[in-house]
Design a protein around this ligand. Structure first.
Ligand code: PLP
Length: 407
């Protein structure tokens, strides 16, 4: 008899996006005269930068000739991309990250989800609330939690993100082994200061713990005081892994390319307390289970770092940030407290009511789709997330409708 992994039974079915889809299609059927404007899910809307398209075409042509054709590539990524990443994203900011510490992959979702596989099932995990759901569900699947009740799994240490702490929870007052951090944050759009990240790095070093730092939205940081990478923080090379993605940076959500940085100084410990190289473990896992990202896609990603690519990416990000500012100003003018939207594409709005009730109000009265904060954890109740990923025209139209409906 084939038996299931019964930890899957503990998973709380995520109805968030299917519930949203049902409510939206019911509204659309009832009101065909008012097309909905979607500011809900975090998918980008603008086309790939021209530099990436050109590189993609050229690489596809190379695959058409035996002289330039490529078969299996290095699982960790081609040197041309790993070197461009190390130089542009890290060394240029004073972070001592080498190309062979960069692992190219097909997504930060996969990497953040897969990384927990390297650790024992009985470690103590600190997880923010609200949170990007992949961190939580992959640990539930691996059996690191008890059952779900009252909005939470037993066996986890939740880091509450609240208005009082600006949605940047402080270090816990109990020992932990693995810490998930995400800045700029999805869903709240909050960012962490250098001092706040230093506290986490110091805490992790004292505990011999590890930080999994998700910087998928790093490209949206405009404030020069906010660190772009955890490796800008002294000591982080010993205790932090960083996840990045071309998805939101350069519109690769459908093209798929991301990377994870595992410094050679990071250690992981066995049952006798002996230290092992985390880099070696991840390399082993990556080479065993992953075949590398397609050559043309890696060439397209490399083009993000060309002078034209940088300018084009900057223009796309700037466009989304202008949308974010329009949304945040409009919601603030209506009297709602907002976080995010300045160094992030997400605006986290205190709806002063039940998340789903506020979602329904925006849908029914304005034909605008957002995401109820309760879908990201217990601390998200009462909030909604509005995404800036849409055209400026649609954002202006959505905000005008909301102003009319709620003023
Ligand atoms: N990390 C965070 C915080 C995200 O919000 C997302 C996507 O929404 C991802 C990772 C996924 O990135 P990728 O498209 O590279 O899998």
């Amino acid at each position: 008899m084939i038996r299931m992994n019964s930890h899957y039974k503990k998973l709380k079915a995520s109805y968030l996006f299917s519930d949203i889809a049902k409510r939206v299609s019911a509204f659309q059927e009832a009101h065909p005269e008012m097309p909905v404007i979607r500011l809900g899910i975090g998918d980008v809307t603008r086309a790939l930068p021209e530099a990436c398209i050109q590189a993609l075409h050229k690489a596809v042509e190379e695959m058409a000739s035996e002289a330039t054709f490529r078969g299996y590539g290095p699982e960790q990524g081609y040197a041309f991309l790993r070197e461009a990443i190390a130089r542009n994203d890290f060394q240029s900011r004073g972070c001592a990250i080498e190309a062979d510490e960069v692992f190219v992959s097909d997504g930060a979702k996969c990497d953040t989800g897969n990384f927990q596989e390297l650790f024992s099932t009985d470690i103590a995990i600190a997880l923010p609330d609200p949170v990007y759901p992949a961190y939580l569900d992959t640990n539930v699947m691996a059996g690191r939690t008890g059952v779900f009740s009252d909005g939470r799994y037993s066996g986890l240490i939740y880091l509450d993100g609240t208005k009082d702490n600006g949605f940047v929870p402080p270090v816990p007052d109990q020992p932990v082994d693995l810490i998930y951090l995400c800045y700029p944050n999805n869903p709240t759009g909050a960012t962490a200061t250098r001092a706040q990240l230093q506290e986490w790095v110091d805490f992790a070093r004292a505990q011999k713990a590890l930080i999994l730092f998700d910087a998928a939205y790093e490209a949206f940081i405009t404030d020069p005081a906010i660190p772009h990478s955890i490796y800008e923080i002294p000591g982080a090379r010993e205790v932090a892994v960083e996840f990045r993605s071309f998805s939101k940076t350069a519109g690769f959500t459908g093209t798929r390319c991301a990377f994870t940085v595992v410094p050679k100084d990071c250690k992981v410990y066995d049952e006798d307390g002996a230290a092992h190289s985390l880099h070696a473990l991840w390399n082993r896992r990556h080479c065993t289970k992953f075949n590398g990202v397609a050559y043309p896609i890696q060439k397209a990603a490399e083009a993000v770092y060309s002078p034209e690519g940088k300018a084009q990416v900057q223009a796309i990000i700037q466009g989304y940030l202008e949308n974010a500012s329009v949304i945040r100003n409009a919601m603030a003018a209506l009297g709602f407290d907002c976080v995010g939207g300045d160094n992030s594409p997400y605006i986290w709005v205190d709806g002063r009511s039940d998340s789903w009730e506020f979602f329904d109000r925006l849908l029914k009265n304005a034909g605008v789709v957002c995401t109820p904060g309760a879908g990201f954890g217990r601390c998200g109740e009462g909030y909604i997330r509005i995404s800036a990923f849409n055209s400026r025209e649609n954002v202006d139209k959505a905000m005008a409708r909301i102003q009319k409906a709620l003023a």
